[in-house]
Write a protein that binds this ligand. Sequence first.
Ligand code: ASP
Length: 359
Amino acid sequence: MKHLIDPFDLSKSEIDEIVALGEDIVAHRDRYAGACKGKKLATLFYEPSTRTRLSFTSAMMELGGNVIGFSDARNTSVSKGETIEDTTRVISCFADIIAMRHPIEGAPLNATRVSTIPVINAGDGSHAHPTQTLTDLLTIKRELGRLDNFTIGFCGDLKFGRTVHSLIKALSRYEGIKVVLIAPEELQLPGYMKYEVCDRYGIDYMEVDNMESVMADLDVLYMTRVQKERFLDEAEFERVKDSFVLDNAKMALAKQSMVVLHPLPRVNEILKEVDEDPRAAYFRQVENGKFVRMALIVKLLEWAKQDPAVHFNGPSDAIKGEYVCPNRKCISNVENVDHLVRRDENGELHCVYCESKIK
Ligand code: ASP
């Protein structure tokens, strides 16, 4: 069974297939009105969300399917101590597909151990957010007309921004991508992303600490919010929260064809004055999120029909029980699951659930 837990679960041709289906849905919406008739999506949201949950809901409704689920786990058996695995087994009896958001990294991956229906990671901690990535890709495709040969600047919270991590992974599948990382020292991209993703897949990247010097080079500017909920230390958050702000003066330095994306919500990192600029694509991006989630649901249900076998989505050669993940927000330290690590090409060990480096 195919799940979407990490962007690397999709090959380039699978990504292209989903994006192309998203474009077809945009062009012929009514053709898909009954595509999921009789099917149920379960949205299991253990963490706040506006766009992702409602766009999944509205995607399934547009496909003629139904939606069950929760948006506050305190009202469920989770508050009685039920594990992810048990909740997943239960939901597998009721629904045809799951979209799960969880503050604990690796929770959706662990769900695949027992799930008899496809699981979609709708965001796990600061680790991954692959459906935002599909949203971003459909938006870039529709705005720029291509998914290769462009320069993208990521600005703001590159350390905790799971949307950034996931989009860089997906872009590593495409040719001619240049990445400019614009962040203060405290919020730089994690090492595993630089060395294991950018270096390994040959993504050309550079790091800068201001926006002005690179604005003119960018085809896409991907703004992010400084994510307060990910900080363990309040003082560190206060120090960096207003780091990089996009305004009309900075937009004046950019190409006329540049596109501004933001996964939203924004706090103050894009001034309202920028909303009127035709290059501001972040509200168009929201709508693309619904279309691409429609495409993803259709594809995952189709693939599940072809291959219904239950299997854990992690690597088959993981080392079990010998090392403990250092990340306090990793599922392997929160629930009673096997500690699993894998060795990368340089011989370094990483947690299978959250990708943290094992020292
Ligand atoms: N909506 C995005 C996410 O869920 C970005 C954010 O919350 O800042 O990761």
